[in-house]
Design a protein. Structure first.
Ligand code: SF4
Length: 344
């Protein structure tokens, strides 16, 4: 997908999707650049009309990151998006309502060597499969994906990745498990319509966590009713937690309790905002509420702080190196971290 490899032993990539009108080029570019800064690997944009498909040309010129055009219903939008320079397209063959239209898209994608994601969706499954299974079961989703894979293969088109989406977390897991056993194509995993950042993050961590732990999934997107940058952060954190991505800067913090004398939450947020999107180097930062357990509990951290009454300690590998006033705590911590990052 553009410069990003998907499948085989390639690192699992994190995707997101812009939430602007794609025809609003400045707003879409601003969101794409924010996603690039957050370390997003691939970004998808909605193509609901020809104006959006044509806007892709300008968007592509000013983006570093591979752009996927998200297409529903109209095959001509897919063709225009490819002509505007999309690095990949995502179609739901089930809602194009014509095999001939799917063939036309495949033909143009093949000429331009553009990969296609076959996005099977519980909401638009073929009628014959609904009749066979009674509802969009995981088996029905997996069977639909295999049917479309064979259709693409019959046209000698193999640059395929597949997604099987249902808003039910357990059905999605089962559908991907079935698909992973039935084909060798890369899988784009995600829990669709997962909800707000709170519920969506939990559903995604459970669903994608189980799949990734089983070795299923080549690229992922977290769907949140919220900021796309948060989608990327959650996706990156899932991969880091499973040791599937270089940890980069890891921030650990205590839950606080009655011993905490500083505003730990605001400090953690400040540190996270400044450092969490850095993928290099591997550095563990501990933000602890008090000295009672702070440096001791976090002694494997490269650097950390432990709050006190109006003061705080800065420690490295559990050894206290400085005592500073609370108001200078974050500033001093940043001063100590910067050389550690630039040295690496
Ligand atoms: Fe409580 Fe201190 Fe432990 Fe934080 S580090 S949870 S403030 S005892």
């Amino acid at each position: 997908m553009g410069k990003v490899k998907i499948g085989g032993y390639a690192p699992i990539s994190v995707q997101s999707m812009t939430k602007t009108r794609t025809s609003d080029i400045p707003a879409t570019l601003a969101q794409i650049h924010a996603l690039e800064d957050a370390g997003c690997d691939i970004v998808r944009v909605a193509i609901p009309d020809l104006t959006s498909a044509r806007a892709l040309k300008k968007i592509k010129q000013e983006s570093e990151i591979p752009i996927v055009a998200d297409i529903h219903f109209h095959h001509n939008l897919a063709i225009q998006a490819i002509e505007s320079g999309a690095d990949g397209i995502r179609i739901n063959p089930g809602n194009l309502n014509s095999k001939e239209k799917v063939r036309k898209i495949i033909k143009v994608a093949k000429e331009r060597a553009i990969p296609i994601r076959i996005g099977v969706n519980a909401g638009s499954l073929e009628k014959d499969l609904i009749k066979k299974y009674g509802s969009p079961t995981p088996q029905a989703l997996a069977e639909s994906s295999i049917k479309w894979i064979r259709f693409f293969e019959a046209m000698e088109f193999f640059d395929i990745k597949v997604s099987l989406k249902s808003s039910d977390c357990l059905s999605t897991i089962q559908a991907y498990q079935l698909a992973a056993h039935a084909s060798h194509y890369p899988l784009h995993i995600g829990i669709t319509e997962a909800g707000t950042p709170f519920t969506g993050t939990i559903k995604s961590c459970i669903g994608l966590g189980i799949l990734l732990f089983e070795g299923i999934g080549d690229t992922l997107r977290i769907s949140l009713t919220g900021s796309p940058v948060d989608e990327v952060r959650v996706g990156q954190q899932i991969l880091k937690t499973l040791n599937l991505r270089e940890k980069g800067i890891e921030i650990i913090s205590c839950p606080t309790c009655g011993r905490c004398e500083i505003n730990l939450l605001s400090i953690v947020k400040e540190v996270e905002e400044r450092f969490s999107s850095l993928t290099h180097p591997s550095l563990k930062i501990a933000i602890m509420g008090c000295v009672v357990n702070g440096p001791g509990e976090a002694k494997d951290a490269d650097i950390g702080i432990a709050g006190g009454k109006g003061t705080g300690l800065i420690f490295k590998k559990g050894i206290v190196i400085k005592k500073v006033k609370e108001k200078d705590l974050v500033k001093t911590l940043f001063q100590e971290i910067e050389p550690l990052i630039s040295k690496a």
